[in-house]
Design a binder for this molecule. Structure first.
Ligand code: F0G
Length: 378
């Protein structure tokens, strides 16, 4: 048995290996494949890029048999909630942090509706960078806030929305020596596109349709880039139609103008002026896809359906993708032969408040067997 001290010594050695530069061995604490290594030839990975990892990527593509049958499509869910901080952001963050380290950065900054901040904070903690995260006060899910705090980031809340936060961090990163790790950082997009590679690796080709929630629009941009690149590499024969879904109260792309006061239960996509707006439209148009919107009610219904029918707990924003599939199925766009992938971007455990608020209270009974039998209904 290793003593606690020995474990501590080992861990602090691992965390500082790239700083000391004496022994540039990769970290050892994760014994699985590294995303940056697996797809290194398709990523901005050079011989001086540290192949860091917290175990991101390689997420399951789950056949949603029951929902698929209900809707008459062959539906797969790319469940990103199994990433180390519970969202797809880790794919882009590992690339952005690796490049920041390669370029000698000491600190990183981001604006966030919660998941980016959790991810930035985790990778910064593990690889010895300072993280500063700026969030809209009172508008991020508790689990995500707890993540940013436990990982030791400097958390600043502002009285404003995500768009205000992003404006602020852009200005700060222009004027001060701190690397912006929002999806405006091209390395974030590069890392995130690996999700498309994984899907094609499993299915043997691109799906016919790919559904995604759209907030700041980085992810739809990244997936499209990934599919195009894989087709160029000869790994995929066709390209999917990219289908993005915004929340009705935060749907600037659908409405074709910025939304000053975005509102939705899906706080992760409560964004009124997406940074990658133009690139999302390009992905939509080049793929002959669609960007639509779903109501909060449709989002929450889809979230429950995914849990009840497929046993997967995703956060509300994630369910916007499946709410989109349901909406499109109802409108009759599918003929039944298509392969459809919907990304579930984040883990539902991040945002239990919504569920606890929306669902009936649990009943409390006396500690008595007959009361129990009556309650359970045998
Ligand atoms: N789903 C979840 C769970 C998210 O956290 C986000 C974005 C999206 C979907 C939308 O992705 O912005 O690339 O279009 N969250 C960002 C954040 C904005 O700060 O965590 P997008």
């Amino acid at each position: 048995m290793e003593t606690e001290f020995e474990i501590w010594k080992e861990l602090s050695y691992q965390n500082s290996w790239y700083n000391s530069n004496k022994n540039p061995e990769p970290l050892k604490e994760v014994t699985m494949l590294k995303l940056l290594e697996k797809y290194s030839n398709l990523l901005p990975v050079t011989s001086s890029t540290p192949l860091i990892t917290l175990g991101e990527g390689f997420t399951p593509l789950i056949q949603a048999r029951k929902i698929g049958e209900m809707l008459g499509v062959n539906l797969y869910l790319k469940y990103e909630g199994t990433n180390p901080t519970g969202s797809f952001k880790d794919r882009g963050m590992v690339m952005a942090i690796a490049k920041a380290i390669e370029n000698g950065a000491r600190s990183v900054i981001c604006a966030s509706t919660g998941n980016t901040s959790a991810s930035a904070a985790a990778y910064a903690a593990a690889f010895d960078l300072r993280a500063i995260v700026v969030i809209p006060a009172g508008k991020i899910a508790m689990g995500k806030l707890a993540q940013a705090m436990i990982y030791g980031a400097k958390v600043v809340q502002i009285n404003g929305n995500f768009d205000d936060c992003l404006k602020l961090v852009k200005k700060v990163s222009d004027d001060y020596p701190v690397v912006l790790v929002n999806s405006l950082n091209p390395n974030r997009i590069e890392g995130q596109k690996t999700a498309s590679f994984e899907i094609v690796d499993v299915l043997g080709d691109s799906p016919d349709y790919h559904f995604l929630p759209v907030g700041n629009a980085g992810n739809i941009t990244a997936y499209w880039l990934g599919y195009i690149q894989y087709q160029k590499e000869g790994k995929a024969k066709k390209l999917p139609k990219m289908m993005g879904f915004q929340a009705e109260g935060a749907a600037p792309i659908v409405r074709d103008h910025p939304v000053k006061h975005p509102e939705t239960v899906a706080t992760a996509i409560r964004i009124g002026n997406p940074a990658s707006w133009k690139r999302a439209i390009a992905a939509r148009d080049e793929s002959k896809g669609f960007i639509g919107m779903v109501s909060d009610e449709e989002i929450l219904k889809a979230q429950h359906l995914i849990a009840l029918k497929e046993g997967i707990f995703c956060e509300p924003a994630s369910a916007a993708s499946v709410a989109g599939v349901i909406k499109m199925a109802k409108s009759g766009i599918f003929n039944g032969d298509e392969t459809v992938v919907a990304t579930l971007t984040g883990n539902g455990l991040k945002d239990p408040d919504v569920i606890l608020r929306e669902m009936d209270k649990i009943s409390t009974i006396p500690n008595d067997i007959s009361a129990f039998i009556k309650e359970v209904g045998f």
